[in-house]
Design a protein around this ligand. Structure first.
Ligand SMILES: Cc1cc2nc3c(=O)[nH]c(=O)nc-3n(C[C@H](O)[C@H](O)[C@H](O)COP(=O)(O)OP(=O)(O)OC[C@H]3O[C@@H](n4cnc5c(N)ncnc54)[C@H](O)[C@@H]3O)c2cc1C
Length: 494
């Protein structure tokens, strides 16, 4: 019971002063005091410290060897894989994330375009890891790392900054959108990385149609019904195709003064072709498919400005009320806190054992890393993140058990896929390149199976079948801005 209640306060659901952990004072020499001290030792062995304790790790009972602590920062694909690889190990694991949920990012674009609800692609990390008894989930944001002292600093919501010791550290904090030195673009062009981003985009798209329906001004109506996506990688392509399907099918007959099918959707990229991570033949097929859906594909255009009127790309103004940023990404700032060498995107340059030269027990996994294999970069995709996280976890097990490190990491690609609206996807695996309806079925099956919990798989399948048959999307909600609470005026006594 003590254990459970203390954990609650650590996560910030109760303030320190009101915490059920606030204990009566015992003399350390009394038997009650000794019993209490033993409880504290047991408690700190399985979770992180609380303010009332002098340190975050008290000495272990003398008869027991010290249990090693593994801190994993990031509950994305790499962090979860690392934690699960340590499932049977005799270590104490702290899995820390600033969000309480794991997001299945490959389907984020479907939340942004109202096909799925946020909870269908996101899962509480605590629920995901409920059965792993050697692991505690902590909701906090890392703000500092001290390699020499082997501590991290993190902000706990409602509690402030805490220091946590580690024996092994896994950094798996992923990437965030990059505006290539033009952070001012962010105010007008949201990226797609979190559930908040997806909901912001959905609100922007659906809100634009409402304004287009209401305005009397034809120029403004055209601006509201123009959507510009900057960056034609898989996310840009998937979003553009999904918006195209929405305007021509889902929104049909929903408005009286506008025809959503007449919307303009422009996919802009500075490169000479879209989907550069796929073979050129597949990229050409996708261009044809997008054009058939009504998307304008504009390559070789460098975006110079993004403002409330739209974008300026290679000198051409494209007027739009909805600009979406699907171009660059940069590593989370946590990587810089390690003081290790990084590439231009801020990713840690790691060796074949995924640890950093400055501290051999500190690993970086997933999108936050830059790694080459056989002269090619390991791609920033979910399967690479999972394999790296699992590798780091297994390597820690070996080191804890005093075994040799074994073989270095090797990425095994199982293929690369992208979906382009209804009934069409592409797949490249080694020399195999396929596209069309069957590939789309494979894409759908693999994505449902890859969702972390059975509840997500059921819900996504049901939504997809409904959407496929009816053309409808069940999350067409425009998020309301928070309202201030109005206090009713009291009647004055007459
Ligand atoms: C829109 C989109 C679509 C994608 N589509 C595909 C696809 O179809 N196929 C594919 O294979 N890959 C796809 N990817 C890429 C794939 O999602 C990533 O490669 C993968 O998520 C990387 O996993 P990760 O664990 O390294 O990072 P993430 O999954 O991003 O997880 C990082 C975690 O770290 C946490 N974190 C960050 N900073 C801190 C901090 N300071 N303190 C505490 N926690 C922190 C974050 O909250 C997050 O939970 C897509 C990505 C996006 C954004």
């Amino acid at each position: 019971m003590i254990h459970l209640e203390c954990r609650k306060s650590v996560l910030g659901f109760a303030t320190a002063s009101k915490s059920p952990c606030a204990e009566p004072q015992y003399s350390p020499h009394s038997s009650a005091g000794r019993r209490r001290q033993q409880e504290i030792v047991r408690y700190t062995m399985s979770t992180v410290s609380i303010e009332s304790l002098p340190q975050d790790r008290l000495p272990a009972a003398s008869s027991q060897p010290k249990q090693q602590r593994v801190v994993i920062v990031g509950g994305g694909f790499a962090g979860i894989a690392a934690a699960q690889a340590l499932r049977k190990s005799d270590v104490e694991i702290i899995l820390m994330d600033r969000r309480n949920h794991h997001i299945f990012q490959p389907l984020l674009y479907q939340v942004a375009t109202a096909v799925l609800a946020p909870s269908e692609i996101a899962t509480s990390i605590r629920q995901l890891e409920a059965k792993q008894k050697n692991l505690s989930v902590v909701l906090a944001e890392v703000t500092g790392i001290n390699l020499r002292m082997r501590t991290i600093e993190a902000i706990y919501p409602g509690l402030g900054i805490r220091k946590i010791e580690f024996d092994y550290l896994v950094i798996a904090t992923g990437m965030r959108p990059s505006y290539f030195g033009h952070d001012e673009f962010a105010a007008h062009a949201p990226g797609l990385k979190s559930l908040n981003d997806a909901e912001t985009i959905r609100t922007k798209i659906l809100g634009a149609f409402e304004l287009a329906e209401s305005t009397e001004d034809e120029t403004e109506r055209a601006r509201q019904m123009t959507f510009v996506l900057v960056g034609a990688g898989p996310t840009g392509v998937e979003l553009a195709a999904s918006i195209a399907h929405m305007v021509s099918v889902t929104l049909r007959n929903n408005f009286r003064r506008i025809d959503p099918a007449k919307s303009r959707i422009v996919l802009v990229d500075g490169g000479d072709r879209i989907l550069p991570s796929f073979a050129e033949t597949l990229s050409r097929k996708v261009v044809r498919r997008l054009e058939r859906l009504g998307v304008e594909v504009r390559t070789g255009l460098k975006v110079e400005k993004v403002d409330e009127q739209g974008v300026v790309a290679s000198g051409e103004r494209i007027t739009s009320a909805t600009v979406l940023w699907t171009a660059g990404v940069t590593a989370s700032p946590v990587v810089k806190m390690l003081g290790t060498t990084t590439d231009r995107a801020g990713r840690a340059l790691i060796g074949p054992f995924m640890d950093i030269p400055e501290a051999p027990n500190v690993f970086v996994a997933g999108d936050a890393t830059s790694m080459t294999q056989d002269g090619y970069p390991v791609p920033g995709v979910a399967q690479a993140a999972i394999q790296q996280g699992r590798f780091a976890g297994r390597l820690i097990v070996r080191r804890v058990e005093g075994r040799s490190d074994g073989r270095p990491f090797r990425y095994r690609s199982r293929g690369n896929m992208a979906v382009v609206g209804k009934n069409f996807a592409i797949l490249e695996a080694g020399r195999m390149r396929t596209s069309g309806f069957v590939t789309w079925m494979v894409w759908a099956t693999l994505h449902v199976l890859a969702l972390p919990l059975l509840q997500n798989r059921f819900r996504v399948q049901i939504q997809w079948i409904w959407s496929y048959l009816s053309g409808q999307r069940s999350s067409r909600l425009i998020a309301e801005a928070p309202r201030s609470v109005e206090i009713p005026k009291q009647k004055s006594a007459s």
